[in-house]
Design a protein around this ligand. Sequence first.
Ligand code: C2E
Ligand code: MG
Ligand code: MG
Length: 611
Amino acid sequence: MLLASEEVSAESRRKMLLEILESEALYPHFQPIVDLKKGSVIGHEALIRGPAGSVMASPGALFQTAIENNLLHTLELLCRRCSLEKFAELKSEGKLFLNISASLLGTPEHTEGFTSDLLQELGISISDIVIEISEQHPFDQHGLSNNAVQYYRSMGFQVAVDDLGTGYSGLKLWSDLKPEYVKIDKHFVSRIDCEPVKREFVRAICNISKVMGCKVIAEGIERQEEAEVLLELGITYGQGFFLGYPSPEPQVSWCKLNKPAPVASVENLTQFNNAETALSLLRHTPAIAPTDTVLHVSEQFNAHPDLASLPVVDQGTPLGVVRKSDLLELFSTQYGRALYEKKPAARIICEKVLLVEAEMSLVEVSRLVTDQDNPSLLQDIIITQDSCYLGMGNLRDLLKRITELKIQNAKYANPLTMLPGNVPINNEVERLLEQTEDFYVAYFDLNNFKPFNDCYGYSKGDQVIRLVGELLTAHAKRDHNFIGHVGGDDFVVIFRSSDWKMSCERILRQFDDEVRSLYAPKDLQNEGLWALDRQGGRTFFPLLGLAIGVVHPDPYRCSSYHEVAELAAMAKKEAKKTASSSLFISRRRCISLPEEEAGEQRKDEVFSDAG
Ligand code: C2E
Ligand code: MG
Ligand code: MG
């Protein structure tokens, strides 16, 4: 393969492209698209790369050579397949933005590689794909490509107009296609904080987007000042080197924007506690069948005077509720009782209830309630398991529990990371043991933190601690996992998700990448620094490392959180035996073991390095 620095003839480039297509040597990179307000990653744009170091490394060179040799469609289809396959393999969350050459849309092959069969096979949902169409490419003015775009939309794909402002027909494209997203080209973003004219352009784009009901993504954000102006103008999403570089693995990147001060909102609670579920609201309530008479319903209310509604369930499937107030109102009319007594309960059913699965976190439930236009209509919550009726919950219990959680979190949160501290961590472990749930505990601790703090000062030290908190939140906050900050540089994640190991490995990798930016060039070059050790002697300390000890406590044999904490501390101690980042997985599942069993368990212990 020819190197980038060499002069290359058109013929050599053609050969190289053929070789690349033949061996499928294409390597998609993924650049994060970030919600500027929340700092969260909403998806990634796939950007193709040829073999690294060769003249074909950039998409520009690849596509130019393909156009010259009439191979655009072959290249395009291969790019698409490679990007989709890699995205599926990495199991990345959020949306995938895919660049599609507009000219391909006009050809009969345009649907190839986008069949629902392929996506299904890869486990990618159509609604997670956003097709980016650039106005830099010639676009059919007479409806052919427009039809193709409409075809994709009818299948459920979303559409983005890319590079808005660089071509000649961007506004036309925008008004014709009515895309879900437009991406403002980096020309308007670069130095927007210093150039008032660019600011006015972006403001105008923002106004149009509001009328069109379209989301705007600003491309090419390279500096914090640019991000700040864009946020001020009301731009929701951004992409650019400041927020994350294109990389072979999608980052669930923590965002470097200054986040607003934490407020005790339900949103904010997500960060704290995803662990408690709708199950905690469950009240066993007798159900009535849709064919039961209204008289029977009335008798049930008499028998259970504390109930304000009764669920109507047909062979396990909940249909709604009958409210006591509705029934009383009906019976209070002149012939109401006589008219309705013998009628089936189905006649007076109210379907405006919230159905939630027992597994759903309380935070999600409360979000569903607050998302309703009129939450007062949702006094009742029906809790289901695999869609079958389990019991009822009510709004009052939900509010009470959420408020208690907020108070608990605020009281015990670590002020540096706002993550829950020891008390909520221990409560959570205790709760899982009581319910004999399966869970893993990962204990995180920094290596070489003291000399770093001594050399660079406490403020830089705080930055490292915040970085760890942010990485844990970015990589582990889902599926009822629980993230806690024990104190200092010690963190705990209680994993309920099965991919805990992958999450830990991602945290380690990203930590090793990100932490380097906190060092002075001299220390980076030496891969460490000289500082005084605990005995006062000058010693060389390698760069900061993150040690993770993981245990899988046996809920039948651990009697309290103390034992789990001890197991986790032992695993962490093992992980800390290496100076660099490492993951130690202990097979020891309880503290007190018969001697021979203990030996067996220790043999199984696994040690794995970060790299
Ligand atoms: P694009 O779709 O507008 O992608 C954004 C380009 O801006 C990418 O360049 C990205 O690396 C670059 N970029 C992102 N943030 C910044 C920033 O902060 N500053 C600067 N200066 N640049 C930034 P890249 O990867 O070289 O791609 C160039 C173009 O090649 C893309 O422009 C897209 O039109 C095309 N392309 C890339 N991959 C594919 C593909 O798989 N299929 C098709 N049809 N086109 C592709
Ligand atoms: Mg693009
Ligand atoms: Mg673009």
